[in-house]
Design a protein around this ligand. Structure first.
Ligand SMILES: *Cc1c(COP(=O)(O)O)cnc(C)c1O
Length: 457
C-alpha cells in the first residue's frame, strides 16, 4: 500500500533534534542537562520510573497530529482509520496485561481517570469513603485540598497502630455512612491490599468499589501483588509509575464490566465510555496512547517480570537494612516497592532529609506518616521506592549499599529546625561520587552511561 519503511520516522526525529539544537539552543540545553542529571543521580522516588527508548519514540510519533474525538470505529473526525489501530492495540494490550474485560486508554493521567469515574458515578454531596492522605491515600481519594474532597461528602479511613489498613474501621465507617463509592489503593502504603475484603464491605453497603493501583500496577500485572480487576467494579491506574510508560491513565473493569450502571444508564462499560468522552474529556492524545501500547506490550515480557521481581526484592533489602540501622519504618517493612521511613524519632523532618539526600545525589521524597503533626510541605518522613533502581538492574548488594549511603547522609546532617540543615562538604562530595559511580556502573538499559565519577564529576 505504501513504500515507506521506518526510515522516514528516523528522518523526522533526526530533523527534529537538529532543529531543536540549532533553533532553540536554550531549550535543547535544558533537555540535555536533565538527561545528564538523570544519569548521574539515583532516583529512589517511589512514583518514578524510566521509560524505554521505544516508549520515547512512540511519544514523539506523528500520531500526535491526529484529532480523534470518540472511539475506534466511531469517531467524530475523519482521517482516523490508522490511529484507530493504535488505540485498539492499546485497548487489547491493556485488557491482556490485566486480564480485564474492559479498558479505556484515553485518560490523560490517573487523577483524570479517578475524577472521570467519580464525577460520573456520583452527584455533588454524595458520600464517599477513601483513604486519608496522611495514612497513604491519594489527593484524588477525597483530600479536602482537591476536587473530590470538595464536591463529595468524603469520610476517611486509615491505618492501625501497626501501620496496616484498618479494615474494621473501613467496615464501621461504611455501615455508618453508606458511601456510594469506596476507594481503595494508595500512594504511600508499603503493604499488599486485600481487595476481596474491600469488595465484601462494598457489597454489604451497596457501594461501587474503585481500586486505584497507580503505584502497584506493575506488580499487579505480573502477579506479585493481588489483582483488584475482578474484585473492584472499576480499576484505575496511571501508566507512568510501575508500568514504565508515558504520563497517562487507564480505566479498567473485570467481571463487573456488564453490571448495571447508575441511573439505568446501560452497562458499566458503556457508562465508562461516555464518562470519558464526551462527559469529561475531549480528544485523546494518540501519540501517548501509542506509547501506552508500547509500554503495555513490554509489561508482559520475561524481562519485565525480572524487573518486577527485583523491585520487590531490593525493596525488602532496603527496608531490612534501614531497620537494622535503627530507622522506624511504617508497618515495619514492605511487600512492594515502597519503604516509608518515619523520621520523627531521629529529630529530623522529611523536608531536611529530602534536601540533604538530594545534595548527595540520592532523590527520595518527603512524605507524611500516620499521625504526622507537620504540614505537607515539611512532613515527618520520607518515601523511598525501587522502580527506577530495579530498572537499572541494582541487586541486593547495591540496595544494601544504597541504604548505607542514605544512613551516612542522614547521620551526618546537622539539623537546624524544620527546614534548616547543613551536610558536611566531605560527606556530600564522597556520597555524590559513590552514587555517580553506581549509576555509571548500572545505566538504564538503552540510555547512555554516565562517565565514572573519577573523571571529575
Ligand atoms: C500518583 C497517583 C495518582 C495520580 O497520578 P497522575 O497520573 O500523576 O495524576 C493517583 N492515584 C494514586 C494512588 C497515585 O499514586
Amino acid at each position: 500500500m505504501n513504500g515507506f519503511t521506518e526510515a522516514p520516522l528516523t528522518n523526522i526525529m533526526a530533523t527534529g533534534l537538529d532543529r531543536l539544537r540549532g533553533d532553540d539552543p536554550e531549550l535543547y540545553d535544558v533537555l540535555v542537562r536533565e538527561l545528564d542529571r538523570q544519569s548521574t543521580v539515583l532516583s529512589l522516588v517511589a512514583s518514578s520510573s524510566v521509560v524505554d527508548p521505544s516508549v520515547l519514540a512512540s511519544l514523539a510519533s506523528v500520531a500526535v497530529n491526529v484529532t480523534a474525538e470518540g472511539y475506534p470505529g466511531r469517531r467524530y473526525h475523519a482521517g482516523c482509520e490508522v490511529v484507530d489501530d493504535i488505540e485498539q492495540l492499546a485497548i487489547d494490550r491493556a485488557r491482556r496485561t490485566f486480564g480485564a474485560r474492559y479498558a479505556n486508554v484515553q485518560s490523560h493521567s490517573a487523577t483524570n481517570a479517578n475524577y472521570t469515574v467519580l464525577s460520573a458515578l456520583l452527584r455533588p454531596g454524595d458520600p464517599v469513603l477513601g483513604m486519608e492522605l496522611e495514612h497513604g491515600g491519594h489527593l484524588t481519594h477525597g483530600s479536602p485540598a482537591a476536587y473530590a474532597g470538595q464536591y463529595f461528602r468524603v469520610v476517611g479511613y486509615g491505618l492501625t497502630d501497626e501501620g496496616l489498613i484498618d479494615y474494621d474501621q473501613v467496615h464501621r465507617l461504611a455501615t455508618g455512612h453508606r458511601p456510594r463509592v469506596i476507594i481503595c489503593g494508595a500512594t504511600a502504603y508499603p503493604r499488599s491490599i486485600d481487595f476481596a475484603r474491600f469488595r465484601q464491605i462494598a457489597d454489604e453497603v451497596g457501594a461501587y468499589l474503585l481500586a486505584d493501583i497507580s503505584h502497584t500496577a506493575g506488580l499487579v500485572a505480573t502477579g506479585l501483588h493481588p489483582s483488584p480487576i475482578d474484585h473492584a467494579h472499576i480499576t484505575t491506574t496511571c501508566t507512568h509509575k510501575q508500568l514504565f510508560g508515558p504520563r497517562g491513565g487507564l480505566i479498567l473493569s473485570g467481571r463487573d464490566h456488564d453490571a448495571p450502571a447508575p441511573r439505568g444508564r446501560g452497562t458499566l462499560a458503556d457508562f465508562l465510555q461516555r464518562a470519558v468522552f464526551p462527559f469529561s474529556q475531549g480528544a485523546p492524545a494518540l501519540n501517548t496512547i501509542a506509547a501506552k501500547a508500547r509500554a503495555l506490550d513490554m509489561v508482559t515480557t520475561a524481562e519485565f517480570r525480572a524487573v518486577a521481581e527485583r523491585i520487590v526484592e531490593i525493596g525488602g533489602v532496603l527496608a531490612e537494612t534501614l531497620a537494622g540501622l535503627g530507622y522506624r519504618l511504617v508497618s515495619g517493612g514492605t511487600d512492594n516497592h515502597i519503604v516509608l521511613v518515619d523520621l520523627s524519632p531521629k529529630g529530623m523532618t522529611g523536608f531536611v532529609a529530602e534536601q540533604a539526600l538530594e545534595e548527595c545525589g540520592i532523590v527520595v521524597n518527603k512524605n507524611r506518616v500516620p499521625r504526622d503533626p507537620t504540614p505537607a510541605f515539611v512532613t515527618g518522613g520520607i518515601r523511598i521506592g525501587t522502580n527506577s533502581a530495579a530498572r537499572r538492574g541494582l541487586g541486593r548488594e547495591d540496595a544494601r549499599y544504597c541504604a548505607e549511603l542514605i544512613d551516612q547522609v542522614l547521620r551526618s546532617v546537622e539539623v537546624h529546625g524544620e527546614r534548616g540543615y547543613r551536610v558536611p562538604p566531605s560527606v556530600r562530595m564522597s556520597v555524590r561520587a559513590r552514587v555517580a559511580d553506581l549509576c555509571a556502573r548500572r545505566p538504564v538499559p538503552g540510555y547512555p552511561a554516565a562517565e565514572l565519577a573519577s573523571s571529575g564529576r
